[in-house]
Write a protein that binds this ligand. Structure first.
Ligand code: MG
Length: 322
């Protein structure tokens, strides 16, 4: 018998939440069903929705597997909440995505860790900091890194972020699996934090005022960008994305206007710009790309920490292959 932990996205708006349940069975992980009336995905009178396995991972906390699923209606049609299906149709494995997921650890009241004794001193010491007065939650971030690596998800790094209690990890993947990996890495983040009695907040601006928000900078490339790039290629890609800036913002997470203010290393939400090494731009052309004779990648700095990676993938690939 094998323990399969099925994971899917519900029908909550503007962003879906993660759901899971466990099936113990012999053989391969089969298609399964759930009560869609409890997840805003069906009416009570006809409530069955279907779970179709799309990606398998080792389960880092027990024997068995994590099973990332996409959702269909009871009539075997793509469910309206299923953003993966559209992205999977247009993205190929030559597209690589490196998501920089930022987030806060919070207590069970929702207050960021380290903030329970009042507002902490101003930002400056916390980014990549060390010492109990500068960082909080490292043991959880470290446990999450190990859990993802054990699952077979390629996290390429972690760091303490600019605000106290704020962290980042970087998640690299190819094709549609990049989106699956990011969602499962978030699932594991919530689950690992449970063990510490801690919650995770991926809202783009948990604390208003002079505090950094949370983003999900999205680094991306395709084969041409990596191996036969030119300045003209990279510039034209930035210009194409700029022409559909408003559609991009619509795909890049809710409440992002609270974060993209022009301050705290962001461009204003209603402006589009790109530039070499420019962390105040919408899209940064990394110095790496220049120094490798225009072979490399781009960094879209607009996506919010709560964005759906499937929608990001669909927007970028859809725009650049149109
Ligand atoms: Mg960061």
């Amino acid at each position: 018998m094998t323990k399969y932990e099925y994971i899917w996205l519900d029908g909550f708006k503007p962003e879906p939440s993660l759901r899971s349940k466990v099936k113990v069975t012999e053989g391969e992980a089969p298609d399964w069903s759930f009560d869609g009336s409890s997840t805003k995905q069906a009416e009570g009178g006809s409530s069955d929705c279907l779970l179709l396995p799309v990606q398998m991972y080792d389960n880092p906390t027990t024997d068995g597997a994590l099973v990332m699923c996409q959702v269909q209606t009871g009539e075997h049609e793509t469910h309206p909440s299923n953003e993966r299906a559209a992205a999977a149709e247009i993205v190929t494995d030559e597209w690589w995505f490196g998501f920089e997921q930022e987030y806060f650890f919070t207590d069970l009241e929702g207050e960021p860790l380290g903030w329970d004794k009042g507002v902490p001193r101003a930002q400056g010491d916390y980014y990549c900091g060390v010492g109990s007065n500068n960082v909080v939650g490292r043991e959880i971030a470290d446990a999450h890194l190990d859990a993802c690596l054990d699952a077979g998800i390629e996290l390429t790094g972690t760091n303490a972020e600019v605000a106290l209690g704020q962290w980042e990890y970087q998640c690299l993947g190819k094709g549609i699996k990049a989106g699956d990996d990011l969602w499962v890495s978030r699932y594991l983040l919530h689950k690992v934090a449970e063990e510490f009695g801690v919650s995770v907040n991926i809202h783009p601006k948990p604390k208003t005022g002079d505090w950094n928000g949370s983003g999900m900078h999205t680094n991306f490339s395709n084969e041409e960008m990596r191996s036969s790039g030119t300045e003209e290629l990279f510039t034209s890609m930035c210009e194409k994305l700029g022409k559909v800036h408003a559609e991009g913002i619509a795909s890049y997470g809710s409440d992002n206007d609270m974060r993209l203010t022009g301050l705290h290393e962001t461009q204003s939400i209603d402006q589009f710009s790109f530039g070499v090494s420019d962390r105040g731009a919408s899209i940064r052309i990394p110095i790496y790309t220049l120094e490798h004779n225009w072979n490399g990648y781009l960094e879209d700095r607009r996506p919010a920490s709560n964005a759906d990676p499937y929608k990001i993938i669909a927007h970028i690939v859809g725009t650049l292959t149109a």
